[in-house]
Structures are given as structure tokens and as C-alpha cells.
Design a protein around this ligand. Structure first.
Ligand code: KG4
Ligand code: ZN
Length: 351
């Protein structure tokens, strides 16, 4: 399976094999990050992202085939992210996949980017259904119940900023550069997480939603009140922000795991984490703690597979393909595409 991912600022292609028993293996996974293109702007510029995908995607696909030791014509099917994401980039990847599929006369599988994240743990750890996924990236913060391929239930989401976005904005206002997550984590190591008590928005409410915009504003107001900021102030703000976020994630995850246990009595409780924020050690430690308390097993795929990549798309495509899914060349790219729409269900053709 060839997998193509272009929904944000990574141009990625991979070759993944799924064997008869359902086990996957990655033959190649080439990711070209566009960090340099966007660095000067402090965030991803959609038009620049789309242009860079156009420039690099065919080379990345060729490299993925080369590294896997196969010819493009050897693939059984072609998969690409068809949404959600920055529409210019999604169009580049999906249109390229359609062209390859048409030229080689191979089936096309259009994949929901979130499904790619959701199923990665089955590629890396053969996690059986059902399980709970916490996706925390630059564009998403949500809990998803994964019942099966194409069968998802969103249990909570952010009502404003995504968690990675909050990290990026806090980094920007502390002049730490982009992407902000790793920079905030690094500087927070020398900071006092208890110096500032930042708000934990929505936490008193029972629903599993997140809100990070008020927290970000509280950080901004604190930074403005202390300006000019010394190095220790920056470290303390970063550490206090990270502590607030880790507590929010811990509390919500505990609730979500309780809900899972109630729904599937006697089933093993499994939490799978995806998205770039999974790289954060403070958040990961909080999740380890919650899972130990809740008698749940925690699965965190290697970080290169938690962030955007082609292998996760190829794998989701392979899982769908194995169930008989196939999409038409008229499949339209979607800027928005919630995972729990009915059209995620695997539609088999000819039956
Ligand atoms: O999954 P990802 O690579 O891309 C998508 O958004 O789809 O996630 C990127 C996000 C960025 O917002 C970045 O700041 C955040 O993940 N991130 C982190 C860390 N590493 C990356 N956030 C907190 N701590 C980190 N160590
Ligand atoms: Zn993603």
C-alpha cells in the first residue's frame, strides 16, 4: 500500500504491507517537514504549504518506493489523506493519488487523517478493538472511542484551540520560536511549575471537552504583568503552563477511562495516544500515572508515528482495503471531516 499525507506541513509518503494475519510492517516512511518554509511566519501558511507539497511530493513518493525496494507499479492500492486539513495541501495529495491510481489502474482508498492517527497503534502494537484514543496534535484535541475500522465515536473535543496550538501560541508569546511544543517543554525543565496557578478551563464540568484558549490568555496576561521577562520568569511560566495542561489531560483521561470501563465491563481498558503533543514527557508521565491508577494499559506509538506521516495513512488504507473498501476517483477533498460520520463506515463495492 502506498500512503500519501499532505494535510498540514509534512509532505509524506510510505510503503506499508499488511499480511494475511492482519499484521503490518513499514517498508519505508519518508517525511519532509516544511518547518523552514514557515519558520519566519510563526506558524503554517496554507498557501506556502500547498506549493511545497506540489514541489516535493513526487520526489517523496519516488524515494518511498526506492527505500522499500519496489516499483510504483508493484503496489496493490493507493491511499491518500482526503481530509480534514488545509484544503490546498489535501488537494495536492489526493489528486496525486488519483493520478497514480488511474495511471496504474489500481484502487484508490481515500483516508480520513484522524483515522490514520486512530489506527496507528494497530500497526505498531497490534492493539485489538475496542480502545480509547486521545489525539493531541497541532490541529486536534479529542477522545475517540475506536470500536473498529471505520467505527468511531467522538467523546470530547476542544471547543477552541487544540493543545499543540496552545503550546505554539504560548511559545510565541514567550518568544521561544516555532514549533512551540518542544521549545516550551525544554525551557520548562528549569522552571517552577507551582509559581503560577493558571486556570484549568472546563475542568469542573462533567463533559469530556477541552478548552485551552482561556489558559493561553491567562499566560499572556501573566507575561504582560511581569514584563520585561527574565529567563527565570519565562521558565516558570512555561513550567506552570505545562503543569496546568498535564492536570487537565490527566483529569479528562481518568473520566474517559471510567466511561470506557462502564461501557465495556470486563474488557481490558486501553488508552492509545496520538499526535505530536504525545512527545511531551510531563504529559506522558501524567498519562502513565492515570493509566496505572485506572488499571488501563497505555499505548504510545514511537513519536515519529504519532506525528503526521505517510505510514499511518497507508496502514489505515490497508485496513480499509482488507475489508473491501474502495473509493471512486470522484472522491472530494474535505477541509472538515469528523471521524464519527456514518460515511466513515467501510462501504464495500459491488455488494
Ligand atoms: O501531530 P503533529 O506533528 O501535527 C499535527 O498537528 O497534525 O503535532 C504538532 C504539534 C505542534 O503544535 C507542536 O508544538 C506539538 O505538536 N508538540 C509538542 C511537543 N512536540 C510537538 N507539544 C508539547 N510538547 C512537545 N514535546
Ligand atoms: Zn495529524
Amino acid at each position: 500500500m502506498l500512503g500519501i499525507e499532505t494535510s498540514c506541513d509534512e509532505t509524506a509518503a510510505a510503503i506499508v504491507v499488511r499480511d494475511q494475519s492482519g499484521r503490518g510492517s513499514i517498508r519505508s516512511n519518508v517525511v519532509r517537514s516544511q518547518l523552514d518554509e514557515h519558520a519566519a511566519f510563526g506558524g503554517v501558511v496554507p498557501e506556502l504549504a500547498a506549493r511545497a507539497h506540489v514541489t516535493y511530493l513526487d520526489h517523496i513518493i519516488a524515494q518511498a518506493c526506492r527505500e522499500a525496494g519496489i516499483a510504483l507499479a508493484d503496489v496493490d492500492a493507493v491511499t491518500a489523506t482526503a481530509g480534514p486539513g488545509l484544503i490546498g495541501g489535501v488537494l495536492v495529495g489526493l489528486t496525486t493519488a488519483k493520478a497514480v491510481a488511474a495511471a496504474l489502474n489500481k484502487p484508490l482508498i481515500a483516508v480520513n487523517h484522524l483515522e490514520g492517527h486512530a489506527l496507528t497503534a494497530r500497526l505498531t502494537d497490534q492493539v485489538p478493538f475496542p480502545y480509547l484514543m486521545l489525539l493531541v496534535s497541532g490541529g486536534h484535541s479529542q477522545f475517540v472511542l475506536v470500536r473498529g475500522v471505520g467505527d468511531y465515536e467522538r467523546w470530547g473535543t476542544t471547543i477552541d484551540d487544540a493543545l499543540g496550538e496552545a503550546f505554539d501560541k504560548v511559545a510565541k508569546l514567550l518568544s521561544l520560536g516555532h514549533p512551540g511544543g518542544p521549545a516550551v517543554e525544554h525551557i520548562a525543565k528549569g522552571g517552577d511549575p507551582k509559581r503560577f496557578r493558571f486556570p484549568r478551563p472546563l475542568l469542573r464540568e462533567a463533559r469530556l471537552d477541552f478548552s485551552f484558549s482561556g489558559l493561553k490568555t491567562a499566560v499572556r496576561l501573566q507575561a504582560e504583568a511581569l514584563a520585561p521577562l527574565g529567563d527565570q520568569d519565562v521558565a516558570d511560566i512555561a513550567a506552570s503552563f505545562q503543569a496546568a495542561v498535564a492536570e487537565i489531560i490527566a483529569v479528562r483521561s481518568r473520566q474517559a477511562l471510567e466511561q470506557f470501563a462502564g461501557l465495556f465491563p470486563g474488557e481490558p481498558i486501553r488508552l492509545v495516544v496520538a499526535g505530536g503533543v504525545a512527545a511531551n514527557r510531563t504529559i506522558a508521565a501524567a498519562l502513565e500515572h492515570v493509566c496505572a491508577e485506572s488499571d488501563a494499559s497505555l499505548v504510545v506509538p514511537p513519536i515519529a508515528l504519532c506525528t503526521d506521516n505517510g505510514a499511518m495513512i497507508a496502514w489505515a488504507g490497508a485496513e480499509r482495503f482488507a475489508l473491501g473498501a474502495k473509493d471512486g476517483l470522484d472522491f472530494t477533498a474535505r477541509p472538515r471531516w469528523p471521524l464519527d460520520l456514518d460515511d466513515m463506515k467501510v462501504a464495500t463495492h459491488g455488494s
